[in-house]
Design a protein around this ligand. Structure first.
Ligand SMILES: Cc1ncc(COP(=O)(O)O)c(C=O)c1O
Length: 276
């Protein structure tokens, strides 16, 4: 079962779709892809687009593989802590003594301010490899030429970080758990789409389109365009994340609007159903 394109190797950024039985298989595929120009592996956890959450064992395997290859790990944890299933969120940084880790974080997800472009990079590197190799210096000089976040975001950031209470975070996780359930169960009622994996984190779910049940729609892009025109519901065509004929549905939506959106997708599918 495909879970997520959450593991990539920075070469020409090849995506590896992690499978349910992870571990040695991933490790062997990454080793086969790596060459002398490979500098890092990227892991997105919790994952966008499938909402998967990596276990401690999975991350340990990633760290050990990177160590064996002599490369660093870039951990995209912009959805960090947004885990509501059976697996707890484990930061990649706990393996910093096995392999140097660059962790990416962002305000937009955990603090629910989409569009506020404010992020950070944390180095977890007790053996000082990133300093000694000049990577930290390079990162700092790159940041000097990047656009700064908007001034109002910079003005608000101190208060946001200092004053957001634990209540806020637990409420967000509860809401995401609830909306993930609504979405997963709602999709079950829609004939032309199936969801092989219930998200355990992040904010989106991947579903597969069954074109044999649809009369006049031929691919994911056409599905999304017609759905937007006819029902004013926006979902992402899978081709945008490398999965043609899948759809990415975001469930970071207020429950009543989410139910309404799912009903509209259902009506749309019934209207375009192959009646034969
Ligand atoms: C996996 C992942 N990383 C990074 C980002 C960028 O986050 P932002 O620009 O909102 O801080 C996103 C945004 O959707 C994302 O899904």
């Amino acid at each position: 079962m495909w879970l997520a394109p959450h593991l990539a190797i920075l070469k020409s950024a090849t995506l590896i779709f992690s499978q349910k039985r992870v571990g040695r298989l991933i490790s062997r595929r990454v080793e086969a892809l790596a060459d002398d120009k490979t500098v890092a592996m990227v892991i997105i956890n919790p994952g966008n687009p499938c909402g998967n959450v990596c276990t401690y064992q999975h991350l340990k395997m990633v760290a050990e593989t990177a160590r064996k290859l002599g490369i660093l790990v870039i951990a995209d944890e912009v959805y960090g802590h947004l885990a509501f299933g059976s697996k707890p969120f484990v930061p990649m940084g706990v393996f910093g003594s096995t392999v140097p880790v660059l962790t990416l974080g962002s305000l937009s997800k955990r603090w629910i301010v989409p569009g506020w472009r404010f992020g950070w990079i944390v180095t977890i590197d007790p053996n000082d490899i990133l300093h000694k190799s000049g990577i930290v210096k390079r990162l700092q000089s790159y940041l000097e030429i990047c656009a700064d976040p908007a001034t109002f975001t910079q003005g608000a950031i101190v208060q946001i970080l200092e004053k957001t209470t634990e209540d806020f975070f637990s409420k967000i996780i509860n809401v995401l758990g609830e909306t993930a359930d609504i979405c997963y169960n709602g999709i079950d009622e829609i004939p032309c789409i199936t969801c092989p994996y219930k998200p355990e984190g992040a904010m989106s779910i991947m579903v597969k389109l069954n074109f044999s049940l649809l009369l006049d729609i031929n691919d994911d892009m056409e599905f999304c365009m017609k759905l937007a025109n006819e029902e004013s519901v926006i979902v992402l065509p899978g081709m945008a994340v490398g999965l043609k004929n899948w759809l990415r549905i975001t469930f970071a939506v207020e429950p009543s609007s989410l139910r309404d959106g799912l009903e509209r997708i259902k009506s749309f599918c019934l209207r375009h159903a192959n009646k034969q």
